[in-house]
Design a protein around this ligand. Structure first.
Ligand code: M6R
Length: 610
């Protein structure tokens, strides 16, 4: 998704903007640009492609000045091109805008502007904003932005400059994240914290409908209606190093290796000292409210949804309350049946996914209590939900989600146990048994990671195939779905995840000599059934990799071609281990094929459009 950086201070802005945009590269983009208040006026340089292209264009002709805005664009309206890149200007070239999000009524607005004589250069919705602001300008940029914004519908985070007021930078947030950084004689705007963390740890998080007017010495916060507001500074306590590669070749590999720490951190302080109960003091819902819940909807997108599928299994088995899972982009349009005793759980690493946020709002509109499981403190999802469990995975940079997913599993285990102990569906001894097994998970993941080379070999052999299958039953099927998504998104190899028993109802027709099948067999009660399904694929020529429990290798040896064993844990907890080889498999397959592991084609880290 697009990235915004802005600076006003006493240093040259160009390097600060470029470095800031580099920190946002992980969000995915296809073009980039900056606008700077120079001695000649407001100047813009922008180009399609990577930031390196922009840097090389600027190297011969730098933009000098201490106030500027920058943008990385992920195309929505109009293909990636120089002219569609941001910043956009009006016809007088006196106003410049960077924008994240979508202006839904831009065509309508554009038509009116065209009739009034405005000429448009790009196909974007953003260009409309710069024209609108120029029309509304009568000597005060803040008022002009407020009037323009009132005419816009959709989602936007904006950074606005005008040559007429070179010592002001205006920022607006409406359904697209934006933060303000506060330094000494310097102020910043950014769509995400890493962009400015090198310069300041003190930030304001704007809410929807809020704006900020930045000068070198002050930040004025107000609503888009013009009412002044005050806010607490949020002090960022994590380090930029945590958001850098720390010696790994890719962020994804680093993040895979950070999972033991992510598990420990997510459990920290949430298990009683005697290890016999879960303590979720962050939950505002009372025991009575929890006891009153009779159905659950888990709503999320992509990998977070796959964590939700495991969550369904966890809650249903520990609490015996029915759980539905839903794709967030479908949820609000299908009139979900939400009763007063429904708990809606939204899951989101970033906490900014537009579809998930919209589902959260729809659930609240219908009267449900919403619990969010998210990785980002202060994110929209975290702020709007009634209850929040923060996963402590640390910043996740690679587009492919790994440690965020597995920390979401830990959050589900904790919440499921907490709920079970509250309503009494599990006694203290049973809770203690699961908690003890959970506390062994970090070490067990370390053991798995030490065997990465085995998976690397398998990955290299599957990378020559154009299609493969992941199969499993029960909770293994949920993990199979995550393994398949991970492989698709970074290796571009087509794969499908199937409930193993369902293959023979059609998909088996696709299995031919040599088709790779990754079969998960961690659920002992389903073991015999899985072996039969594996045989069905092998009889058609499949080449099967079994993901099995330690100690089962001999038994399984006759049924599969290769196998990889995960350490023993409780059946409910196996996803936290079995996903590790699947993450490594996709990583090494992508590597073998020479793809950009951390920034796969067509994808963005944070999907803030519907
Ligand atoms: O930030 P979120 O967890 O809400 O993101 C949801 C999905 O966009 C995300 O999980 C996506 O599927 C990942 N690229 C998968 O690796």
């Amino acid at each position: 998704m697009c990235g915004i950086v802005g600076y006003i201070g006493y240093r040259e802005s160009q390097p600060i903007l470029i470095e800031g945009l580099k920190k946002l590269e992980y969000r995915g983009y296809d073009s980039a640009g900056i606008a700077v208040q120079t001695e000649q006026g407001l100047e813009v340089t922008k180009t399609v492609g990577r930031l390196a292209n922009l840097e090389s264009r600027l190297s011969g002709d730098p933009l000098r000045g201490t106030v500027g805005i920058g943008h990385t664009r992920w195309a929505t309206h109009g293909k990636p091109s120089d002219v569609n890149s941001h910043p956009h200007t009006d016809n007088s070239l006196k106003f410049s805008v960077v924008h994240n999000g979508i202006i839904e009524n831009y065509l309508e607005l554009k038509e009116e502007l065209v009739q009034a004589g405005h000429r448009f250069l790009s196909e974007t919705d953003t260009e409309v904003i710069s024209h609108l602001i120029s029309v509304e300008y009568d000597g005060d940029i803040v008022k002009a932005v407020q009037r323009a914004v009132k005419k816009m519908r959709g989602a936007f985070a904006l950074g606005v400059l005008t040559e007429y007021e070179p010592d002001r930078l205006v920022a607006v947030r409406y359904a697209s994240p934006l933060i303000i950084g506060v330094g000494d004689g310097e102020k910043y705007i950014a769509s995400d914290i890493p962009a400015i963390l090198e310069h300041t740890r003190d930030i304001y998080i704007l809410n929807d409908g809020e704006m900020a007017v930045l000068t070198r010495d002050a930040v004025e916060l107000l609503t888009i209606e013009g009412n002044f507001i005050s806010k607490e500074i949020f002090h960022v306590d994590w380090d930029l190093m945590t958001a850098e590669k720390a010696g790994f070749d890719h962020f994804m590999l680093k993040e895979i290796h950070e999972q033991p720490k992510a598990y420990r951190d997510t459990m920290l302080g949430r298990i009683s000292d005697d290890g016999r109960s879960v303590e979720l003091s962050e939950l505002k819902m009372t025991a009575e409210q929890l006891k009153g819940i009779n159905r659950v909807h888990i709503v999320a997108c992509g990998t977070a949804l796959h964590a939700g599928l495991v969550g369904k299994n966890v809650i249903e088995s520990l609490v015996r309350v029915p759980v539905e899972t839903d794709v967030a982009s479908e949820y609000r349009y299908r009139s979900p049946i939400i009763t007063p005793d429904t708990l809606v759980i939204v899951v989101s690493q970033s906490g900014e996914t537009a579809d998930t946020l919209a589902a959260l709002r729809e659930a609240q509109r219908c009267g449900a209590r919403v619990l969010a499981i998210t990785n980002v403190v202060g994110s929209s999802v975290a702020r709007e939900a009634d209850d929040v469990i923060i996963t402590l995975a640390g910043p996740e940079i690679a587009v492919a989600s790994t440690k965020a997913y597995s920390s979401q599993l830990i959050a589900f285990f904790l919440f499921g146990l907490y709920w079970a102990q509250t309503v009494g569906t599990r006694d203290e001894a049973a809770v203690a048994q699961v908690l003890a097994a959970m506390q062994s998970l970090p070490e067990q993941v370390e053991k798995l990671l030490a065997q990465a080379e085995v998976i690397k070999e398998v990955a290299e052999s599957i990378s020559h195939h154009s299609s493969l299958f992941f199969i499993g039953r029960g909770v293994d099927y949920a993990v199979a779905m995550e393994g398949s998504l991970k492989l698709k998104e970074i290796s571009y190899i087509h794969s499908e995840a199937y409930a193993a028993g369902e293959l023979k109802h059609g998909t088996l027709a696709l299995i031919e000599e040599g088709t790779p099948v990754i079969a998960l067999l961690t659920q002992e009660d389903l073991y015999e059934k899985m072996l039969s399904n594996i045989k069905e694929t092998k009889a058609r020529g499949a080449h099967v990799l079994g993901i099995v429990n330690e100690g089962q290798e001999q038994e399984v040896a006759k049924s599969v071609d290769r196998q990889f064993a995960i350490p023993r844990t409780l059946p409910l907890l196996t996803p936290a281990l079995s996903v590790i080889p699947l993450q490594l498999l996709s990583y090494y397959a992508s590597l073998a094929l020479g793809h950009d592991v951390d920034k796969p084609r067509n994808l963005a880290k944070s999907v803030t459009v519907e």
